[in-house]
Design a protein around this ligand. Structure first.
Ligand code: SF4
Ligand code: SF4
Length: 90
């Protein structure tokens, strides 16, 4: 696995039905891996969505989000993925 293909350090999970579509997390994410979806949720808002890779696990999106339960940042899971990647590369 090359340097550019290294495993993500974090994994973000977004609950679209808890999201109010304010966009704060999208603006705050340093690597810009969040966006507002084109679809609408139960509130008629465009919920935040993850691009699928590049999350560093910094947790900034979690701290700026005003909606409890809309964002979960997993770091331990990412470490497990890194360990699995390292084992696969060995
Ligand atoms: S944890 Fe950090 S890098 Fe990951 S989506 Fe949230 S703000 Fe972006
Ligand atoms: S900060 Fe929270 S409520 Fe606002 S768009 Fe992001 S996930 Fe949705």
């Amino acid at each position: 696995m090359s340097e550019t293909e290294k495993a993500d350090r974090g994994l973000v999970e977004l609950n679209s039905e808890e999201c109010k579509g304010c966009g704060l997390c999208v603006e705050a994410c340093p690597p810009a891996v969040l966006r507002l979806a084109e679809t609408l949720n139960q509130y008629g808002m465009h919920p935040a969505a993850y691009l699928g890779h590049g999350c560093t696990g910094c947790g900034i999106c979690f701290f700026v989000c005003p909606e409890p339960g809309a964002i979960t940042v997993l770091r331990a899971a990412a470490r497990k993925l890194e360990e699995q990647a390292a084992e696969a590369a060995a």
